[in-house]
Design a protein around this ligand. Structure first.
Ligand SMILES: *Cc1c(COP(=O)(O)O)cnc(C)c1O
Length: 365
């Protein structure tokens, strides 16, 4: 039985009085559906990510769907995507009738492996979806050189930089998610960004069904004014959110670096924003259970690898990550005392796990 009455959740949004005030004002204004606030949110995010324009959507999945449609991807077209990521990517590829081709990851950084991407390219490859997993920018440079359209998935990495430039400014198209527990939130929401007027116009055209005389397939993928207002106040605090995440990550690293635990990779010329702080241990489910008993909710950072949904195998690094990776709570609203408790608990549990095995080893030596 646990003596802890308050559980530290794996994630939670960071909502401040400025968020509450701004949303309240919109509610009082009486203008709730897509309008001026949405346009302003699109403009500010596009400026922040150094893109020509943005198209706000009802979710990150909707933005991915529109991105694939805007690139003209359809039946018979192959889309490369890592196997170790959010299943939304797989859904989006299948919505448009494309063929998903999974790619194994680089286990050190949990991002798609550029050499594996290269190995999977065929004459039918029409796009590569590249998520920046857990807030660490993927190695884009070798992928850009392949000259295949890249959809950068920034759902977990808003505010991260690759060679001094913000992630989201590199792909043919970039998509964001503003789900409740993402880096910034609108509750649910997303955005597609690009430098191509043609792509932006196509996405805008498909987002909304009203006021058209033709009967082309369209969606209702619009964002509301309340969501966009929350997105604006959240985005204006992005730098402080990232600072707080990075300072919590430094504490975790300092408290865990002496243990037999795989810590998040650090790469020159890439800034990690620590959307997740993912450690690698012998047996992640065991440690998750031990920490749950102590009132700390940890999670496998990917629910199920994508190749398993389609009964494929041969993704060795993805399978290893599924077995060993554990995401421990990290978010701007995490209190210092909570962070201390987390790092102390992880260290104690890992040490306790290690000791008996060392004894066994020494008996045999
Ligand atoms: C959350 C997430 C999505 C999907 O975004 P939704 O807003 O939940 O539809 C897509 N890709 C990645 C990498 C994500 O983490």
């Amino acid at each position: 039985m646990s003596s802890h009455s308050v559980v530290i959740p794996h994630s939670r949004p960071t909502i401040g009085t400025d968020d509450v005030q701004a949303v309240t004002e919109v509610l009082r204004s009486g203008h709730l559906a897509q309008g001026e606030k949405v346009r302003q949110f699109e403009e500010e995010l596009a400026t922040g990510l150094r893109r020509r324009g943005g198209v706000a959507t009802s979710s990150g999945t909707a933005a991915l769907h529109l991105a694939l449609l805007a690139l003209g991807i359809g039946a018979g077209d192959e889309v490369l995507l890592p196997s170790y990521t959010c299943v939304a990517l797989l859904h989006a590829v299948r919505y448009v009738g494309g063929s998903p081709v999974f790619v194994d990851i680089d286990l050190d950084e949990y991002n798609v492996s550029p050499s594996e991407v290269q190995r999977r390219i065929t004459s039918r490859t029409k796009a590569i979806i590249v998520p920046h997993m857990f807030g660490m920018p993927a190695d884009l440079e070798p992928l850009i050189r392949l000259e295949i359209p890249i959809i950068e998935d920034c759902a977990q990495a808003l505010g991260a930089h690759y060679y001094g430039r913000p992630v989201g400014c590199f792909g043919s198209i970039s998509v964001c998610s503003f789900y409740a527990t993402k880096v910034i939130t609108t509750g649910e929401g997303g955005m597609l960004l690009s430098d191509s007027e043609r792509i932006l116009a196509r996405a805008r055209e498909l987002r909304d069904y009203d006021g058209r005389t033709d009967h082309q397939m369209r969606f209702n993928y619009k964002m509301t004014e309340t969501e966009a207002t929350l997105g604006l106040t959240q985005f204006r605090r992005l730098d402080s959110f990232v600072d707080r995440r990075q300072s919590l990550a430094s504490r975790y690293t300092a408290g865990l670096c002496h243990l037999p635990v795989k810590l998040p990779a650090a790469k020159p010329d890439r800034t990690h924003i620590f959307y997740r702080y993912v450690i690698g241990v012998g047996e992640a489910p065991w440690l998750a259970h031990r920490l749950a008993v102590r009132g700390i909710q940890c999670k496998s950072p990917v629910y199920q690898p994508l190749h398993r949904y389609l009964n494929q195998d041969g993704f060795v690094h993805t399978d290893t990550a599924m077995r060993t990776a554990l995401s421990i709570p990290i978010y701007p609203s995490l209190a210092d005392a909570e962070a201390e408790k987390i790092v102390r608990s992880v260290a104690e549990e890992v040490e306790r796990r290690e000791k008996p095995s060392r004894r066994v080893l020494s008996l045999h030596s």
